[in-house]
Write a protein that binds this ligand. Structure first.
Ligand code: COA
Ligand code: ZN
Length: 308
């Protein structure tokens, strides 16, 4: 079994994009700094989208100029269209994430393009990125259930996976955008995706809407996946997907992997300070299922109460 796992923090993008309030670029940088300090080395820092569509992501170009350049941190940016890609490139992004929702309605609601148009646009961006020496990752969003069209047949996802591979995507991210998948579905789809390409080119993105985020993570892990998206404190959700709630919490994923003897390079207790920073910034107490236990361990170590 491969014993190293990449945990890709998406809090600064997926976490903030559906927030009721809008954080300043300085506050978004403070969050990213706290994530750096906690040992996270893969961070989706923001998205180059229309500020009218997602005001929480306005100023991502400015944010990219101010990213803490801790050694070996890999930042990526979500891009919805070619314009977003050009902006990300101009801002110096080293990796871009295109979003191919696997149903027509989801693409219409999210970026006002049909499935065919989005597929062509994503392929074009992936090709451009490869030519520009930029890593290109492809999200397959609503890969299990679409909030508008319901359950998605596996063959639909697999056909789009093949198209993104053909375009040259470095990585495919199978995303349960609304947190509706169960471990049996994850096991089945992952087995089929990894029959098309090497498991180390595949990552998973789970939301914890129905409490199955960790179970789905384990199912994918058993299917040889060694890269996962998660958000600090379990924040997150897509503003264009009704019913979507928080991403699976980074602390829960890291603690589970660490307990199983898998290496993430992140000490679970170090995440508590980042959760507390995120809570202060978004003005709401965040925390995954393991948060209370983690704070108790810190209190034991320091001989006192944990003060957030
Ligand atoms: N970044 C910034 N601005 C952009 C842009 C981008 N990538 N793409 C288009 N725009 C601007 C246009 O210039 C135009 O500006 P204007 O109104 O000042 O003239 C405006 O956005 C609308 O452009 P249009 O081409 O008519 O697109 P639209 O209104 O159909 O919106 C998107 C399409 C893709 C720009 C918009 O829906 C979007 O940004 N969606 C993001 C969805 C998202 O982030 N979802 C969550 C993550 S998956
Ligand atoms: Zn998500």
């Amino acid at each position: 079994m491969r014993d190293s796992v990449i945990v890709n923090e998406v809090g600064p993008r997926d976490g903030l994009q559906s927030l009721g309030s809008v954080l300043s670029v300085a506050d978004r940088i403070a969050l990213i700094r706290a994530l750096n300090d906690a040992g996270l080395r893969h961070i989706e820092a923001g998205s180059f989208v229309s500020p009218k569509a997602v005001p929480q992501m306005a100023g991502t170009d400015e944010l990219f100029q101010q990213l803490p350049l801790t050694e070996s941190v890999n930042y990526s940016a979500l891009v919805p269209n070619l314009r977003g890609y050009e902006n990300a490139k101009a801002a110096g992004a080293q990796a871009v994430n295109v979003v191919l929702s696997v149903t027509d309605t989801m693409n219409q609601k999210n970026i006002r393009m049909s499935l065919a148009e989005t597929t062509a646009a994503c392929a074009e961006i992936v090709k451009a990125a490869k030519a520009d020496g930029i890593h290109a990752h492809a999200y397959l969003a609503v890969a299990f259930t679409c909030p508008f069209e319901g359950k998605v047949p596996e063959r639909v996802v697999l056909a789009l996976v093949e198209k993104m591979l053909k375009a040259g995507a470095d990585k495919l991210i199978i995303a349960d955008t609304i947190g509706a998948a169960n471990p049996a579905e994850v096991r089945s789809l992952i087995a089929k995706v990894t029959a098309l390409t090497s498991a180390n080119k595949v990552s998973c993105h789970f939301h914890d809407t129905r409490g199955m985020g960790l179970a789905n993570t384990l199912a994918a892990l058993d299917g040889d996946i060694r890269e996962f998206d998660s958000a600090i404190g379990g924040m997150g959700g897509c503003p264009f997907s009704p019913g979507a709630s928080g991403n699976v919490a980074t602390e829960d994923v890291v603690l589970m992997l660490d307990s199983m003897g898998l290496k993430t390079g992140i000490a679970p207790l170090d995440l508590v300070a980042a959760i507390d920073t995120a809570s202060k910034l978004v003005n709401k107490q965040l925390g995954g299922r393991s948060y209370n236990w983690l704070t108790q361990q810190i209190a034991k170590q320091t001989g006192g109460e944990h003060v957030a």
